[in-house]
Design a protein around this ligand. Structure first.
Ligand SMILES: Cc1cc2nc3c(=O)[nH]c(=O)nc-3n(C[C@H](O)[C@H](O)[C@H](O)COP(=O)(O)O)c2cc1C
Length: 199
């Protein structure tokens, strides 16, 4: 069971302010709460004329900066996608909470800079280990066992480590409940605005 239930989420959302306040609480808590599906949202990119989606671990959330942080392998296909077209969407849903949160924005990729150094230094050895895999993400291989990470020097993985910073311009909150669905959009264009939508 997710610790997010300790947030004492309401049974009903009666104001737009509540929907953004609880979205913030959920996403901040999801960074450390591995049990909620908001810990592993789906991040989508453009790959030429196709959409490419994948699950990623949410490492940081800030509503004030309208920012999410993700970690990845610099050799992954999505690095190229975001370098070419920065548009991105992130979506998560937790069936226990009955809440979906969907965000639209742009992703900037970071490699061997201040952002990656801080993120790497704050990563556990367990997380760092993934970046020592030889060959690089998405390489076609004959035998997966050859790519099990056995002997490695954890700090050598840094050369493959990358950080994605997602800056969002909209956040949609959807609460599905038989007593009445609630859908709210929050947008940051020239200024901030919010509205209810038909669910
Ligand atoms: C539970 C789970 C968590 C994952 N977390 C990450 C992650 O934090 N970063 C990442 O790059 N890939 C993560 N992946 C793998 C991605 O979903 C994806 O397969 C991989 O990044 C290659 O994607 P790409 O070819 O689109 O770049 C995770 C997969 C699962 C199932």
């Amino acid at each position: 069971m997710t610790n997010l239930l300790n947030l004492n989420l309401p049974d009903n959302y009666s104001s737009l302010e509540e929907t953004i306040d609880y979205a913030e609480k959920i996403l901040i808590a999801a960074v450390d709460d591995t049990k909620t599906l908001f810990h592993t949202p789906v991040v989508s990119s453009f790959n030429n004329n196709q959409i490419s989606s994948r699950v990623m671990v949410l490492r940081e959330f800030s509503l004030k900066d309208r920012k999410m942080r993700f970690h990845t392998d610099y050799r992954a296909a999505k690095i190229d996608h975001f370098n070419k077209v920065s548009n991105a969407s992130v979506v998560g849903y937790d069936p226990e909470l009955k809440i979906q949160i969907k965000l639209q924005g742009n992703i900037s990729t970071h490699y061997d800079d201040e952002v990656t150094k801080i993120a790497w230094d704050n990563s556990t050895s367990r997380s760092k280990k993934c970046y020592s895999v030889k060959g690089g993400s998405s390489l076609e291989i004959e035998n997966p066992e050859d790519y099990d990470i056995k002997e490695f020097e954890v700090e050598k993985g840094y050369k493959n480590f990358s950080v994605l910073i997602f800056t969002f311009s909209s956040l949609e909150f959807l609460y599905l409940k038989s007593s009445g669905h609630r859908r709210a959009i929050h947008e940051w264009n020239d200024s901030y605005s919010s509205s209810w939508l038909v669910p």
